[in-house]
Design a protein around this ligand. Sequence first.
Ligand code: GLA
Length: 328
Amino acid sequence: MAVSKTIFGEIDSEPVYLYKISNKNQTSISVLSYAATWQNFEVIEDGKKHSLIEHFDNLDDYIKTPYQVGKTIGRVAGRIKDASFQINGVDYQMEQNEGENLLHGGSHGLQYQNFESKKVAENAVLLSHTVHGEDGFLGTLKVNVEYILNDDNEVSIIYSAETDHDTLFNPTCHVYFDVDDENIRQQKLQINANSFLKVDDGKIPTGDFLATDGPYDFKKAKTIGQGLDELALLNKYEYDDAFVVDNRAATIKSDKRAVDLYTDRNGMVIFTADPKDTEKTEKHEYSSLAMEMQTLPDAVHHLGFGDIVLGKGQKVVYTNKYKYRRFE
Ligand code: GLA
């Protein structure tokens, strides 16, 4: 196990660091202090390197991308209807950054922050950022994001937070998987979900759960291409949907390798895109699949979606895991 630290770029006269954690199998993850970004997930098979996630090699692309590539998004990752909510009888009105709604926590969200960072073990890096009542949230929120890689090729991302004022906390990693050199349509997806969320035209959950039938049925592994073909029959051309999952959330795989996803939360949003080419995304030609494990979007408005309220004086810890496997 080893951690290296280099300078990746500079923002507001502050260095942006890249940490690379490598294990005994030469599997490595790279992490940026900017947006606590998961920058790369590299494996070596028969002497050949493969990157399993979409990534950029320079900071400018991370600053400019609207696709949130690999970033920690939040404090609340998913959409909040009308950008408003109540906690303990107190009304909060946030900025509306997508129509009348709020997406990804606001313009001072974690995805725009250069975190403090340090190596905390031979296989772990800790990123920390303190938010002082931004975007309509009140109080001070201390956020830690820890990345750990073990010798079983398992990546853990541990989110923890504490606050001195009632707030919400539901961040995730906006990582896009592309686990092989082949087209993403050929890669297989399996999601352990019997239901997913019905949404309105603004992609806001209505409160209803739908059965994972047809294009949304990934109970058995099927190719993303098959899913997209089934979607097209419904005149839909992208995935941007929240599935109800349990701990063993999902797998994305080719015939050579797989990544298994685990979470202690109850939801996973999948989103198809080509984060390097917006024109291709608009033509529904996708390079990768974002898999964002989180408590279900708009939980603050729906009983039964999970609890994302972090009360004054409370602490919370969430863990998402990603395990690489190779097929021999
Ligand atoms: C999430 C959302 C998508 C899109 C992406 C990229 O996945 O659900 O609609 O906004 O983030 O930002």
